[in-house]
Design a protein around this ligand. Structure first.
Ligand SMILES: Cc1cc2nc3c(=O)[nH]c(=O)nc-3n(C[C@H](O)[C@H](O)[C@H](O)COP(=O)(O)OP(=O)(O)OC[C@H]3O[C@@H](n4cnc5c(N)ncnc54)[C@H](O)[C@@H]3O)c2cc1C
Length: 384
């Protein structure tokens, strides 16, 4: 069966679903093809913060109440160094621009519901997606049981998706970086911290972030060669108490475990012919600074505007600029994330005393220099 649409979107993660909703609101026809089933997509737990910049995207399209909701607004953040707490009021430092706590699975559920209620065409379980004629005038997508012709394709299928791999070798320049840092992350039914919490410690880095009113995501740095999946849960809780400097930290049932190897990746340019790469399909970033999902939302916004101008006004200038605009923000955030990761990991690393002192000086500067604190807060809130 062959269908036609204006924009074929591959992938129903934060990038694809945001793009679909913004196009729907703008009156541009689109179809979303997602290889997984709906419950898998709706239950995938990852990020938790919509930064201020990304939140404004939904405001601009009249979707803020529906999508961002009234989840808790971020206030302070806490960094404990060897158990000694210090606080930064990042929203105030950024000129009153708070981020909001919205777990990724909640965002995804809301985006799906809004798109479907608006009459959107979202096809779950679309296996075998293959992209054709990317640089021709009439690209198309085939999948098991169907074919979709489109004027434009949006590759929103994450790092392991098919879209980026469909671009001919040599047309993309790719940049990969291994930060040499591994985290064991667990999701637990344990009371969330009062504020987003990071622990800098000679025992290794740790962090705790809220994931809803009764759950927390914890992060524990592990050393190269270790396999934290073999740690008994009690060992993980002991390490969290030690590194977060909180002997009374309340444990709870662990509902998810993952290894996060801190890697960065960027593909340039983010387009080829009539295919545009969006979000993790084009770039991945470490979780330091919480920018992965926010970059995906920002890319979707820039592309939605470019596509709307192209389709409704015949003006492709925004599409020509798409890659450059998104890459500028991507590299800015990559630098921020690297800087942040180095600081909080090296500040506890006794095996490198000189680097440790430098990292501690960087950290101190955040709490002693208003200019440094403001620059940090500006990036946390998200940049245009
Ligand atoms: C453990 C973990 C913690 C994280 N924490 C944070 C955080 O705190 N803050 C933050 O901002 N970011 C965080 N991230 C990153 C964030 O989750 C991603 O940046 C975000 O999901 C990117 O959205 P996306 O839509 O581009 O890609 P994805 O979420 O990967 O969505 C891609 C979609 O495409 C589908 N798909 C894939 N291949 C195909 C195909 N061939 N055909 C059809 N569909 C396909 C997938 O099933 C998926 O639904 C975290 C990631 C992980 C893994």
């Amino acid at each position: 069966m062959r269908d036609e649409t204006t924009v074929a979107i591959i992938g129903a993660g934060p990038a694809g679903l945001t793009l679909a909703n913004l196009l729907q609101r703008s009156g541009v026809d689109c179809v979303v093809l997602e290889m997984r089933d709906r419950s898998y997509v709706e239950d995938r737990q990852r990020a938790g913060i919509i930064d201020h910049h990304a939140g404004r995207i939904f405001e601009e399209y009249g979707l803020a109440d529906r999508i961002v909701g009234d989840g808790p607004v971020e206030t302070l953040m806490e960094i404990r160094t060897e158990g000694v707490p210090r606080f930064l009021d990042t929203p105030a430092l950024a000129g009153g621009r708070p981020s909001r706590l919205v777990p990724q699975q909640m965002l995804v559920r809301r985006l799906i519901a809004a798109f479907l209620e608006g009459g959107g065409d979202l096809r779950f379980g679309a296996a075998g997606v293959t992209l054709h004629d990317l640089d021709g005038p009439q690209p198309r997508v085939t999948y098991d049981g169907g074919e979709l012709g489109a004027a434009y394709l949006a590759g929103c299928d994450g790092f392991h998706g098919v879209s980026r791999r469909s671009i001919p070798a040599g047309a993309l320049e790719t940049y990969s970086f291994d930060h040499g840092i591994g985290w064991y992350t667990v999701l637990a039914d344990a009371p969330p911290p009062r504020y987003p919490l990071m622990g800098v410690s000679r025992h290794g880095f740790a962090a705790q972030f809220a994931r809803g009113p009764h759950a927390s995501r914890f992060y524990l740095q592990y050393q190269p060669g270790e396999d934290p999946r073999s740690w008994p849960d009690e060992h993980a809780w002991e390490q969290l108490r030690l590194r977060l400097g909180d002997p009374r930290l309340v444990a709870g049932p662990i509902t998810g475990r993952e290894i996060v190897e801190m890697r960065s990746f960027v593909a340039e340019p983010m387009d080829f012919g009539r295919l545009f790469l969006v979000g993790d399909a084009a770039h991945i970033i470490t979780p330091m600074g919480a920018k992965g999902m926010n970059l995906a939302l920002s890319d979707a916004y820039v592309l939605a505007q470019g596509l709307t101008d192209a389709v409704l006004k015949g003006d492709e200038a925004g599409l020509r600029e798409y890659s450059a605009v998104c890459l500028r923000r991507t590299w800015d955030y990559q630098e921020f994330s690297r800087w942040y990761a180095e600081m909080v990991h090296q500040a506890g690393d006794e095996s490198e005393p000189f680097r440790r002192k430098l990292a501690l000086a960087r950290l101190d500067r955040l709490f002693t220099s208003p200019a440094a604190a403001t620059a940090f807060a500006d990036l946390m809130a998200g940049t245009d």
